[in-house]
Design a protein around this ligand. Structure first.
Ligand SMILES: Nc1ncnc2c1ncn2[C@@H]1O[C@H](COP(=O)(O)OP(=O)(O)OP(=O)(O)O)[C@@H](O)[C@H]1O
Ligand SMILES: [Mg+2]
Length: 499
């Protein structure tokens, strides 16, 4: 039987980094194939090579038995790619984004012809509430990701490569992506899916391939692999889970951040609560629930939010990110490429950009001190110290996320707000990040985060706040609840029964 796709001896080197090292990869027709590996293992590079976006130094690729020219984009009916970093054009409509570059459009683009088809694609990925004429920039990150998937699917390609398609999505949306993948498989398509969420790999794939440091480790039938084995193959050792559980109860904590009547029109309201020193609080809700805007608002990202706030007993006005910064609040956004880091600046500059004030009490910046600080933080966050002088754009997705975390932590904030803290970060680095954050909360910092990853919520938080349609559902210590309780809260909201 001919393979859907066959790659042999692929190698790609970037300066001192061997991103792909003599890699072989075979896709069988009609299979769903998982691709796993640590941050920087070479997964996205393989996808880019197969898609003709990156020219490998050596190797050979066959699609449907025919050798293709390296570095040349294959016919879109053959291979379609949903890239890890979004490629949505913000000022265009959803319709235009889906159809742009589609083979059937040809030289004359008559919008009305594609309206119905695009509507169907959007419905299939669960975007029933999104009008095809909406401008893409008005969509949330998760919605944009779903549009991106719709676009990949709309091409009707025989082989679909999905590079972390679910990283920004919450469970409810992920299940829609699962449905799409299963339907495509039924229709005879061959699919590669890259994910750091191992439950997805086990739920969806027929076979799984592991990469480590640019090398192909193995390819096996998924049903013959168990999760610890997969993790071991990925990182070459066992991972200790549960790195962050705080031991102490929430009772005796001194209040760090207090919010009163805190509201944002059409998003959430009104919240009254205190966050203690050293506490780690998860704020959880579905897409559109207001949970994420609540976290953002505390970072000064929503100037129209109203209410009263104080940090360490001191009331303060919160209109801008600078106000938050002055009050000792730091924020890491979920959208690292958009708002998180400067891709064109070096990793070192990224990490230390905001701390330069602290390093230069006399108005003179000590480059040496900045370097030392960057090196220290790089170590804490498992960023390769030899690469500090490289541009952030050369880092893999998960490593960029580590840089944006290091950058915020560098400020030594009193309150650290995180939006999807470990999106796209591999399992090994994730547990390191958790223990690093834990060290900071142990020293008194308050950590408040929004995450769609319930496993992460249950592993990291001491306290879980659930939000449904802008309202508080429950505010409870994590120790007393299960992931199912949280899921129930965010899907159904408060019980309205007449009990
Ligand atoms: N344009 C580039 N310039 C320099 N180095 C690069 C470039 N693109 C990728 N690399 C390096 O190649 C290696 C493989 O990167 P790749 O993006 O394929 O990793 P990945 O497995 O997709 O990781 P992640 O899970 O974080 O997305 C990394 O060390 C990365 O920094
Ligand atoms: Mg990647």
């Amino acid at each position: 039987m001919t393979a859907a796709l066959l790659a042999k001896g692929l190698s790609k080197r970037y300066g001192g980094t061997q991103a792909l090292d003599d890699v072989g990869f075979e896709l069988q027709i009609g299979e769903v194939h998982g691709l796993c590996g640590e941050n920087g293992a070479g997964k996205s590079t393989l996808v880019k090579v197969l898609g003709g976006y990156v020219v490998p130094d050596s190797g050979k690729i066959e699609i449907g038995g025919k050798t293709i020219k390296l570095g040349q984009r294959p016919d879109p009916s053959q291979i379609s790619i949903v890239h890890q970093e979004l490629s949505i054009v913000p000022h265009l409509t959803v319709l235009d984004n889906v159809m742009m570059g589609a083979p059937e459009v040809g030289t004359l683009y008559v919008r009305s012809r594609y309206r119905a088809a695009v509507r169907k694609q959007l419905d299939a990925v669960g975007l029933t509430h999104i009008d095809v004429d909406r401008v893409a920039s008005t969509l949330s990150l998760a919605e944009q990701q779903l549009v991106e998937i719709a676009r990949g699917v709309a091409r009707g390609a025989r082989v679909l490569l999905l590079d972390e398609p679910t990283a920004t999505l919450s469970d409810a949306e992920i299940s829609k992506v699962f449905k799409v993948v299963r339907a495509l498989k039924e229709g005879g398509a061959t699919i590669v899916i890259i994910s750091h969420r191992l439950d997805e790999i086990f739920a969806l794939t027929d076979r799984v391939t592991v990469f480590r440091s640019g090398r192909h480790i193995w390819t096996r039938n998924t049903k013959d692999v168990d999760p610890p084995e997969l993790v071991r193959a990925m990182i070459g050792r066992d991972v200790v889970r549960g790195g962050m559980h705080a031991a102490s109860g929430a009772s005796a904590r001194k209040t760090q951040l207090q919010i009163r009547d805190w509201s944002l029109r059409r998003q959430f309201g009104s919240f009254n609560m205190a966050f203690g020193e050293g506490e780690t609080v998860a704020i959880v809700g579905q897409l559109g629930s207001g949970a994420d805007s609540l976290v953002e608002s505390l970072a000064g990202l929503h100037p129209s939010s109203t209410g009263r706030l104080s940090v360490g007993g001191e009331p303060f006005q919160l209109r801008t990110i600078n106000d938050a910064y002055r009050a000792g609040i730091a924020y890491v956004s979920e959208d690292r490429a958009g708002k998180g880091i400067f891709l064109d600046a070096t990793i070192e500059v990224n990490i230390t950009a905001q701390v330069l004030d602290q390093l230069s009490p006399a108005g003179v910046i000590s480059i040496r001190a900045a370097r030392d600080r960057a090196a220290e933080l790089a170590k804490d966050f498992q960023i390769d110290a030899h690469r500090l002088s490289h541009d952030a754009s050369t880092l893999s997705g998960g490593n960029q996320q580590k840089v944006s975390l290091a950058k915020a932590v560098a400020l030594k904030p009193r309150v650290l707000l995180l939006n999807e803290p470990t999106r796209g970060v591999d399992i090994g680095a994730r547990s390191e990040i958790y223990s690093r954050l834990h060290a900071m909360t142990a020293a008194g910092m308050t950590l408040i985060f929004y995450s769609t990853d319930l496993e992460e919520v249950m592993e990291v938080a001491d306290r879980v706040i659930t939000v449904y349609r802008g309202e508080l559902v429950n505010d409870r210590p994590r120790s007393g609840i299960t992931a199912d309780d949280v899921l129930h809260d965010i899907l159904h909201g408060p019980e309205r029964s007449a009990a």
